[in-house]
Write a protein that binds this ligand. Structure first.
Ligand SMILES: [Cu+2]
Length: 127
């Protein structure tokens, strides 16, 4: 290999690594609630969940306000299996769900078909 080929190869590798990092790990840099006060988050539902990852304190109530703007039937329901929640999300409205993640861990939420997904990352509350 010439020097130029080596440079191109490494630049390509670096780009691939960066893309993987950006989409796999940076996506984890979730929206976090304030240190104190209610754990309330607004989630835009428009064929996807934005933000799709939410960081909360375990053992404290969480309220998610789903604001749906798309009309596709895909996202008309939101399901939080671990909390036994299944709710209809009317387009153009905000629908709130409340639950308390008892233990630290990752809890999913998804559309009624399980195609569009998001997650709640519950962390040990700092004391
Ligand atoms: Cu769906």
């Amino acid at each position: 290999m010439t020097t130029a080929e080596l440079v191109v190869t490494f630049a390509g590798l670096a780009a691939i690594l960066w893309v993987n990092w950006y989409f796999l790990l940076a996506g984890e840099a979730a929206a976090a609630g304030s240190a104190a006060g209610p754990q309330r988050f607004r989630i835009e539902v428009n064929n996807s969940y934005s933000p799709s990852a939410i960081r909360v304190r375990a053992g404290e109530p969480v309220q998610l306000d789903f604001h749906r703007t798309d009309r596709s039937s895909c996202t008309e329901e939101v399901v939080l299996p671990e909390f036994g929640i299944r709710r209809f999300l009317p387009t153009g409205q905000t629908t709130s769900v409340e639950f308390t993640p008892r233990a630290p861990g990752s809890y999913g939420f998804e559309c009624g078909m399980g195609m569009v997904r998001g997650k709640i990352i519950a962390e040990e509350a700092e004391s």
